[in-house]
Ligand binder design. Structure first.
Ligand SMILES: NC(=O)c1ccc[n+]([C@@H]2O[C@H](COP(=O)([O-])OP(=O)(O)OC[C@H]3O[C@@H](n4cnc5c(N)ncnc54)[C@H](O)[C@@H]3O)[C@@H](O)[C@H]2O)c1
Ligand SMILES: O=C(O)C(=O)C[C@]1(C(=O)O)C=C[C@@H](O)C=C1
Length: 288
């Protein structure tokens, strides 16, 4: 049971954590912090948080758990702002989509790795932002990756694991570097393809006609291009090394595909599509 949870950034991810913990009675008071007055007032009205402040330092006073759920570019500022106001026993965790940058931000803010920091990432979300998009079931049957460091105190890791399990999530741990490489492939690359595809089509002169005839395939493939531009700018910059490597590998794949099409090499196309279909069918079966 968390007695006081402080959420810095009360949007989709922070708001959904508060709702989920409230739904199972695992949190006492929830204090929200953010920049937008109307968003925070809405969060109180929806019963997601009990009270709010715009000052991160004030928000963490007396909190046993602090959850950072701001865009990655705002993490360092938030960590610097809370550093001198935390209780000695407070556990800091976050939901940022890249872990290496959060650890670097924490070291920059604290001067060393904080021993009560448990970097985390719920592999769950939607293309919508803000507290009104949050919901209690977001994390149910979804994975949460925690990337503890050698300095992380075991009781802090255990508390954060239990917090996510209370939300219905399955907790996995891995190293920071491995997390950032895996997520570059499975989350960050697909978002680049969706943003890139929609932008390329939107800039074509005939775009009105193109979008008029776009149907299910386009809609399914491009849902995530409606995601927050600020959040994705920050993810790209924070994970630039791993994502650049993935984009380069993917470029080679696209060139191979384009060459096969130009050569009308049906056998090679069939080989690629059959391999891809088998891999996707296996993935869908596993997550059913
Ligand atoms: N959206 C997803 O699908 C998803 C999934 C997993 C993890 N994440 C990560 O979770 C974090 C939050 O994403 P989200 O989808 O909840 O975004 P969101 O836009 O819904 O919420 C972010 C909140 O942070 C506030 N904020 C922005 N800058 C701030 C600052 N400097 N100080 C205080 N508050 C500030 C915003 O006003 C907003 O209320 C990001 O780091 C993102 O990478 C997102
Ligand atoms: O389903 C979506 O809309 C998402 O984009 C969620 C998603 C992803 O699966 O890529 C996006 C970013 C995250 O850090 C985690 C989850």
């Amino acid at each position: 049971m968390i007695e006081r949870l402080s959420i810095i950034g009360v949007g989709l991810i922070g708001g959904s954590l508060a709702r989920a913990l409230r739904a199972v009675g695992q949190v006492g008071e929830v204090v929200g912090c953010g920049r937008s007055g109307p968003n925070l007032e809405k969060a109180v009205e929806l019963g997601v948080i009990d009270r709010f402040t715009h000052d991160p330092g004030e928000a963490v006073v007396g909190a046993d758990v602090v959850f950072l759920a701001v865009p990655l570019g705002a993490m360092r500022g938030a960590l610097s702002a809370i550093k001198d106001r935390l209780d000695a026993s407070a556990v800091i965790t976050d939901g940022g989509s890249v872990k290496g940058s959060v650890v670097a931000d924490a070291v920059a803010a604290f001067g060393k790795v904080p021993t009560r920091l448990v970097p985390g990432h719920p592999i769950a979300g939607t293309e919508c932002s803000g507290v009104e998009a949050s919901f209690a079931e977001l994390y149910r049957n979804r994975r949460v990756i925690l990337t503890p460091l050698s300095e992380t105190e075991p009781d802090a890791l255990s508390l954060v694991s239990r917090m996510w399990e209370a939300c219905g999530a399955e907790v996995t741990t891995m190293s920071v570097g491995h997390h950032d490489e895996v997520l570059a492939a499975t989350s960050h690359l697909p978002h680049m393809l969706a943003f890139g595809l929609v932008d390329a089509l939107a800039r074509m002169r005939e775009n009105d006609e193109i979008f008029r005839y776009a149907a299910g395939g386009f809609r399914d493939f491009t849902r995530i291009a409606s995601s927050s531009p600020v959040m994705w700018r920050d993810i790209c910059i924070a994970n630039r090394e791993a994502l650049s490597a993935m984009l380069a590998r993917f470029g080679i794949e696209m060139t191979d595909l384009a060459e096969s099409i130009r050569r009308a090499d049906g056998d090679h196309l069939l080989e690629i599509f059959e391999r891809a279909k088998a891999a996707r069918d296996r993935y869908v079966d596993r997550v059913k």
